[in-house]
Design a protein around this ligand. Sequence first.
Ligand code: BDR
Ligand code: CA
Length: 314
Amino acid sequence: MKHRLIIDCDPGQDDAIMLLMALAWPEKLELLGVCAVAGNVPLALTQRNTRMICELAGRADLPVFAGCEAPLQRELHTAEHVHGSSGLDGLALWEPALPLQEQHAVNFLIETLLDAEPESITLVPTGPLTNIAMALQKEPAITRGIRNIVLMGGAMREAGNITPSAEFNIYVDPHAAQTVLTCGRPLVVAGLDVTHQVPVPRAWLQTLQNRGDAVAEAVAAMLTYYNRFDTEKYGSEGAPLHDPCTIAWLLEPQLFTGRDCHIAVETESALTLGHTAVDFWQVTSQTANAHWLHAVDAGGFFHLLDRSLKRYAI
Ligand code: BDR
Ligand code: CA
């Protein structure tokens, strides 16, 4: 079946690869629009980066919207130490011709979801959840249009990547994450427990470098930069491809193993702010609000990603 999607992202090299993966399958994924949010880098860069990647994918027709410049209640924390000052370091940057829509991303989300057939649209957030939470708070009736939300965020067994107990996207806007987790629509959550199982394999990166088409070249350049921080940090062969796990789940959910769990977010403690408390063993009586992904077939994942990127070479 064809999914109707709205992607909400903060590119970021892994967001960029997520977008390229999604745009490679128009017969399976119908993208209604792409929203940008402040996260890895400030909004002025995430919206520009989003337009650049849509253009690279040959989709200059896509509507791209800029959303919130800062989290709901906190100051913005960014991750230039991972992604570089542009958010897409490694890539030779250009000023995209694809225009930015005038409408605010939050209003686009509200309008589209209110107009949609009931339970028909999948939201794919791969940055802080500010835009989605703001839309839910401004117009709670939008839940009617949401089929499900497939997001990248959180950590359980893997512990945190930005503080000892928090994953970056949730840490940046924990209040937004709490709003999304309690919205009552089906949620699929790809946190670090699963994304750390898909570090970029060195041999695969080399095949990309040798392929010679524009998309493979751009992805190889971005990944070479993106690898440098995480390989040092984790002692792994490559950096984890966090955000593409969302699209991989939509395309081939059988690659993943997950469990329905209750997930809550810490929004107050200075020590554990943004921690996702995943009730994996059902030790509380709280009803599950999410499907928590905890294992992935890494070989199958990279085979799917490779097939996706090869579609641009045809
Ligand atoms: C998440 O944080 C960002 O740096 C990545 O783009 C990903 O969405 C991983 O914690
Ligand atoms: Ca991201």
